[in-house]
Write a protein that binds this ligand. Structure first.
Ligand code: EPU
Length: 308
């Protein structure tokens, strides 16, 4: 495979895999194999890997923690580029540095780590992130949020690789943030960002984190395998409330089940497949539409084989 050989010149063998099972890389734990997966550590490696796929017209996508995606059981015909670091390290895509009220973070830093690090240095604004299992890059694209806040509100600037290969920094106000959306399309890769936060006593910040954690534990199936909230909240209402009102809690297809705790979570009971989840999603949509007239829109990204 010429493409794999070309990648081998760019990334060491231990960070390059063939036929990598995607269920190991998503929080819902489903998905067949990716033809190739590579795990770049630096911005220049990432740039080279993407160029290598682009010139050969190989389908590619960037994956962070896999917390908001559903891959099909057939997997992905192409290249999955995974950006995720376990410990922040300078010079990598998971660097993390505080300067006054700003925090600079690489695309592969996990949101909980970012939030705890802000709390420890007496900076407020990211408390809502401790329960979001995403990484900075993917979470910015989808403007992740919780408890009435979202990333768009605390971002100062974003560093991106443009489809042309240029690396640019844009202001957050130029990213078109709205509820769980940004204008950053899949051809623009987020490599890092700067957050502007507000100084506060660490004890106050920790207290808000405790409150949010308690709320989530009480209302969401946090310890189950899921892809987070499955549907976007429709204007003026809540997807979870509608799903509940339509009597969908406890609905099950194979190993996929609508959580008994929160209607907007589809959980993997063990052994679920992507097609179980997709059939259940369709069923929930139909029932909610029949009973309430609301057409729910997916928040989770569904990746069909090689075509996004
Ligand atoms: N509700 C029900 N039945 C349910 C679930 C919810 O009646 O099964 C009702 C609740 O009683 C409440 C209302 O719906 O009155 C809202 O529920 P909740 O507070 O759980 O908030 P949500 O709108 O369902 C949003 C975000 C979550 C975030 C929580 C907490 C979306 C789609 N969901 O949920 O984000 O964690 O608020 O801030 O924006 C995510 O985006 O993946 C996600 C999980």
């Amino acid at each position: 495979m010429e493409f794999f050989d070309a990648l081998s010149e760019l990334v060491p063998a231990d960070r390059l895999r063939r036929n990598e099972a995607l269920d190991r890389h998503t929080t819902y734990r489903v998905g067949g194999p990716a033809d190739v997966m590579c795990l770049p550590e630096t911005r220049s490696e990432l740039l080279e890997v993407v160029s290598c796929a682009r010139v050969r017209e190989i389908p590619w996508l960037v994956l962070g923690n896999g917390s908001n995606v559903l891959f099909s059981d057939e997997g992905f015909r192409g290249l999955v580029i995974k950006i995720r670091g376990s410990t922040p390290a300078e010079g990598t895509l998971w660097h993390l540095k505080q300067e006054d009220e700003f925090i600079r973070a690489g695309a592969g830093v996990s949101l909980p780590r970012l939030a705890w690090s802000a709390a420890a240095t007496g900076l407020s604004g990211l408390e809502f992130c401790t329960g979001i299992p995403g990484v900075v890059g993917g979470s910015i694209r989808g403007n992740a949020g919780a408890h009435g806040s979202d990333l768009g509100q605390v971002l100062e600037s974003i560093e991106l690789i443009r489809p042309s290969g240029d690396i640019v920094t844009i202001r957050a106000s130029e990213a078109g943030f709205s509820y769980r959306k940004s204008d950053i399309d899949r051809d623009g890769i987020v490599t890092g960002a700067v957050f502007r936060l507000t100084p506060d006593e660490p004890e106050n910040v920790y207290e808000r984190i405790r409150d949010f954690t308690e709320y989530r534990k009480r209302t969401q199936p946090s310890s189950d395998q899921s892809a987070g909230c499955m549907f976007r909240n429709p204007e003026g209402d809540r997807a979870g409330r509608l799903i509940d009102a339509a009597g969908c809690k406890g609905l099950q297809v194979g190993g996929s089940r609508v959580s008994d705790l929160h209607g907007n979570f589809v959980v993997n009971q063990g052994g679920a497949t992507a097609s179980d989840a997709l059939r259940l999603i369709d069923l929930v949509r139909e029932r909610v539409f029949e009973r309430t007239g609301v057409a729910l829109e997916l928040e989770v990204r569904v990746m069909r084989t090689g075509v996004i």
